[in-house]
Design a protein around this ligand. Structure first.
Ligand SMILES: Cc1cc2nc3c(=O)[nH]c(=O)nc-3n(C[C@H](O)[C@H](O)[C@H](O)COP(=O)(O)OP(=O)(O)OC[C@H]3O[C@@H](n4cnc5c(N)ncnc54)[C@H](O)[C@@H]3O)c2cc1C
Length: 475
């Protein structure tokens, strides 16, 4: 058995890649949801690969990963929108950064870019600060929903005979001959022939369980605003010129038509500190308004949130074989979600096959194409008329903000969703303007009806996060 520790975008895509060769793949996830670690709280950008340090593993895997997203989108039925990105110089001082980016793009072998002058830029982005002088435009940059990629990849693993186990926190490891005995917090244990540690913020701690040292991981928080869909702010991702530390506070059009403003970048003590702060959000407002002055933070805010970057002093990905048949995939900071499909191939084709000399043969019975119930807005009226004839649930709207039907929610539950957050991230229900004020009772009821759980047993996300504690009239 091959064990993958962690169901983030990187772990789930690695498991899927291994599963193309071997059926017996297990994903062990500490939390009660798929892709709910670093993968849940980030900018969702598929970067162009032009700006990472030349010669680093990050630069190699970012550009390759970007290219692989068309295949991922098609095979996993996930949305990838190649909206492009601009790095914008707003004054003479910042123009130098555009030249430096071009230099880096050349060194990184990225050809898909253009340098746009003020007129070209403002024609493409009319809401931009009018003092913009130039942009480094990358048409292959895009956006996706990383948790959706993780969920569809884990679904693919299950369809192809693998197992995805939640609430399985790895706490102890014993070496047994050439194998590992893995012990989990719930008291269970499994024997694995090969282990891939893809534990995100905790990959350094998991490596220690195997007696290995990888670069120490410290959390760097990024705070965001999510803005609504009703005002058009930008067509592409808008970056400021980068600092030595970060790509800066951005304006990002999301896959479903909203916008993100952020993130900040400040070190925090705890790997669980996902709080937003007054200072952090003020910083986001100031910096993003400098790029797009029309951003409406008084009436158009849907929510604020934060994510934690798994940073290391080395600043590069650390992906290598440990002591025995274990591979540590650690330090997967940005652009980790862009690089994820390429990291998966690097692990399987280079580390497993070449470095560990494990000979793998592609499976003949592997199912590559994974379907998904389409969102209402993705299909036309005729399509829905036909589908509703067959299944009236397709005509019952549950989330009015994002137009999510009962059919989509039931399908998510059929695929393993058990909590409100599982349904939210699988379907976008309760993700919209009202943040679930109207649809949460209905979703709770559907989860209860479909799973047999009592309404008071249905959770928001992790253990103990019940919504109601006794019978209520609406449910
Ligand atoms: C603010 C911010 C912005 C970012 N923006 C971008 C961007 O725009 N583009 C981009 O390419 N990248 C971006 N990134 C980086 C990207 O989000 C990460 O590189 C990527 O999500 C890492 O995924 P992962 O699978 O390695 O980690 P995770 O998603 O954290 O997955 C690891 C999983 O392992 C589980 N786990 C941990 N310990 C154990 C254990 N002991 N046993 C079992 N399971 C365990 C965790 O619960 C978790 O689910 C950003 C990151 C942040 C924080």
């Amino acid at each position: 058995m091959i064990a993958v520790i962690g169901s983030g975008i990187v772990g789930s895509l690695i498991a899927r890649e291994i599963n193309k060769y071997i059926e017996d793949v297990f994903i062990f996830e500490a939390r009660n949801g798929i892709g709910t670690g670093v993968t849940k709280g980030n900018s969702g950008i598929i970067h162009g690969g032009y700006d990472d340090t030349p010669g680093s593993l990050r630069s190699e895997l970012c550009y390759k990963g970007n290219k692989l997203y068309d295949e991922i989108s098609q095979e996993l039925s996930v949305e990838v929108k190649r909206v492009g990105s601009h790095v914008v110089a707003l004054n003479e001082d910042e123009l130098k950064a555009i030249d430096e980016l071009e230099e880096r793009a050349i060194q990184n072998g990225v050809k898909e870019y253009e340098i746009l002058d003020k007129v070209e830029l403002l024609e493409m982005e009319p809401n931009l600060n009018k003092s913009a002088l130039k942009s480094f435009y990358c048409p292959i940059a895009g956006v996706t929903e990383p948790w959706e990629v993780a969920m569809q990849a884990t679904k693919s693993v299950e369809i192809n005979g693998g197992k995805v186990l939640k609430n399985k926190k790895l706490v102890e490891v014993k070496k047994k001959d050439n194998k590992f005995e893995l012990f989990f917090e719930d008291g269970s244990s499994y024997i694995a022939d090969l282990v891939i540690n893809v534990a995100g913020l905790y990959a350094d701690e998991v490596a220690k369980l195997f007696g290995d040292e990888v670069p120490y991981i410290f959390p760097v928080k990024g705070e965001y605003y999510l803005l609504g869909k009703d005002i058009k702010y930008a067509n592409a991702v808008i970056f400021p010129t980068p600092s030595k530390l970060t790509k800066g506070c951005l304006v990002v059009p999301t896959v479903d038509g909203g916008y993100l403003a952020g993130p900040t970048a400040h070190g925090v003590k705890s790997k669980q500190d996902l709080s937003t702060t007054q200072e952090g959000l003020l910083e986001v407002r100031e910096k993003s308004l400098r790029l797009v002055p029309t951003l409406d933070f008084s009436r158009n805010v849907i929510k604020t949130f934060a994510g934690l970057r798994p940073e290391t002093k080395e600043k590069d990905f650390h992906i290598d074989v440990g002591g025995g048949n274990v591979i540590h995939v650690s330090g997967i900071r940005s652009p980790g979600l862009t690089a994820a499909p390429a990291i998966a191939k690097y692990v399987v084709e280079y580390l497993i096959q070449e470095k560990l000399h494990i000979n793998l043969q592609k499976r003949k019975n592997y199912i590559g194409q994974i379907e998904k119930v389409p969102h209402l807005v993705e299909k036309d009226y005729d399509y829905w008329e036909r589908v509703i004839q067959e299944d009236p649930d397709a005509g019952e709207m549950i989330c009015y903000c994002n137009k999510i039907t009962k059919k989509e929610i039931k399908e998510a539950i059929k695929n393993g969703a058990r909590t409100l957050d599982d349904v939210k991230f699988a379907t976008r229900a309760s993700f919209g303007e009202c943040q679930g004020s109207f649809c949460i009772p209905k979703i709770l009821k559907i989860i209860s009806e479909e799973t047999g759980l009592k309404p008071e047993e249905v959770l928001q996300n992790e253990k103990g996060s019940w919504i109601i504690n006794s019978e209520v009239r609406a449910i």
